[in-house]
Design a protein around this ligand. Structure first.
Ligand SMILES: Nc1ncnc2c1ncn2[C@@H]1O[C@H](COP(=O)(O)OP(=O)(O)OP(=O)(O)O)[C@@H](O)[C@H]1O
Ligand SMILES: [Mg+2]
Length: 436
């Protein structure tokens, strides 16, 4: 565990200890008002090493207060907070400075750059505090400026940079400080939406590369959902729900959370793995064209997936081609195998599936690392998932597209032929061109 918070309280005001005692006995935030403002009430959670832990909630819900308890900028009224196993409640100011310097860098909403220092020396600031010699810290900071897309700006002053660029300096400074934990309080909230998105993506990229532990505060649920491995939702000082983005989206603990969730861009939260359904239009490669035709007829599809032993997805076949093979008396569907038009992994966001889904006549195929077909996402499922309708039904969903070859023709062809035997019925006059 990088951080462990255990029954932590923070009350501002004249008699904080008294307020905590009453809160612990069941009093409400309003009940203890005369003793002080209860900003954090009974918070308990762990943050794992390498996790992005998001704290979300409306203004005044206690997010900033909570994050400041984690690095000792605010003193905890009651409860315990440990950083890599070291209890920080009760540490001296000097010890806390040491913890902040060595273990936790912080990024704020308003950049907090030093105006008279160059971009480079701002980025090197955390290293300076650590006592890293000038040349070395400048070299390391320069590397980080490059990394966040600020190559060539090292000698500028912060005032010469746009807001988004200044926040990049803030990020470079935090990463350069080389602490295992980053605390970010509304770090991207002052940025324009597009730049904000870029910064979120950059953060995720750096986090994946470096395995930092990040506590990220935001009041934007889309941001929370995009960044968070887990999200704690705060209301009036309390954590009212703690879960994965998917938990929070699909099973909000109460109306407060549900209201947040209403506005979320589900397409960037839900993944193919969250919404996929069992594949139905599937035949083994060893099956003949007749079996493939029968499957397509029963599923009313014009194509089906072909799998080899071990469920590996090897491609798709079309009804027209299977009809031809049956008429020719061929027993091998591999002769007409086509590449699967759209394949995704279960981790891909459904936002990425729309284009694939429109381009492909078949549902989008979901495969695991071993190329095994583990599910499909039909178009209706994609749409249903956006509206939060139940996606798993007991009925077979409408799988795109409708068959090219009418069922009657397939049935007639199957009846008129036998397995492995090219004996087309002479009376069978329907050709593909005349199918309607
Ligand atoms: N230094 C302080 N002294 C007294 N009360 C404070 C202090 N800091 C915060 N509070 C109170 O604690 C509560 C939580 O404030 P906090 O700043 O943690 O909220 P927040 O969730 O970060 O809000 P925002 O989204 O607006 O930043 C508020 O009622 C606030 O007025
Ligand atoms: Mg705040």
């Amino acid at each position: 565990m990088a951080l462990s918070v255990d029954h932590a309280y923070k009350v501002f005001g004249r008699r904080p200890k008294e307020a905590v005692k009453r809160l612990q006995a069941g009093a409400s935030r309003d009940d203890v008002k005369q003793h002080g403002t209860a900003a954090v009430i009974d918070a308990s959670f762990d943050v794992k090493v390498g996790e992005i832990f998001v704290v979300m909630g409306l203004s005044g819900s206690g997010k900033s207060t909570l994050i400041r308890l984690l690095n000792g900028l605010g003193d905890t009224t009651d409860g315990s907070i440990s950083v890599f196993g070291d209890e920080i409640v009760g540490m001296s100011a000097a010890e806390l400075r040491e913890v902040r310097r060595e273990r936790m860098a912080m990024v704020f909403q308003h950049f907090a750059l030093l105006p008279h220092r160059s971009v480079l020396d701002n980025a090197a600031y955390g290293l300076e505090i650590k006592g890293v010699p000038l040349e070395e810290r400048r070299e390391r900071a320069r590397g980080w400026l490059d990394r966040v897309g600020l190559k060539g700006w090292a000698d500028s002053l912060p005032s010469e940079l746009s807001g988004g660029m200044q926040q990049r300096v803030g990020l470079a400074r935090a990463f350069a400080a080389d602490t295992q934990i980053l605390l970010m309080d509304e770090a991207f909230s002052a940025l324009d939406p597009l730049i904000r998105r870029e910064m979120q993506e950059l953060l995720v990229e750096l986090q994946q590369e470096l395995g930092k532990t990040i506590v990220f505060i935001t009041h934007d649920l889309n941001e929370a959902m995009f960044l968070g491995d887990r999200i704690a939702v705060m209301r009036d000082g309390k954590i009212v729900q703690l879960g994965t983005p998917n938990d929070i989206l699909t099973d909000p603990a109460n109306d407060y959370v549900a209201q947040f969730v209403q506005d979320v861009d589900r397409a960037r939260v839900l993944t193919a793995g969250d919404v996929m359904e069992p594949p139905r239009a599937v035949v083994p490669a060893s099956a003949g064209p007749r079996a493939a035709l029968r499957t397509m007829r029963d599923m009313q599809t014009s194509a089906c997936f072909v799998i080899s032993s071990g469920r590996k997805l090897v491609g798709v076949v079309r009804d027209k081609d299977m009809l031809r093979l049956v008429r020719e008396g061929s027993a091998n569907i591999n002769d007409a195998l086509k590449p699967t038009p759209s394949i995704v992994t279960p981790e891909q966001y459904i936002a990425e599936l729309f284009e694939l889904s429109v381009e492909s006549p078949l549902p989008v195929a979901v495969v695991d690392e071993q190329d095994r077909l583990i599910g499909v996402v039909p178009r209706v499922t994609l749409l249903a998932s956006l509206a939060n309708l139940p996606t798993m039904t007991t009925e077979i969903p409408i799988i795109e597209p409708t068959p090219d070859v009418p069922r009657a023709i397939i049935t007639a062809t199957l009846d008129a032929t036998t397995d492995g035997n090219a004996a087309p019925d002479e009376g069978l006059t329907v050709t593909e061109g005349s199918a309607s």
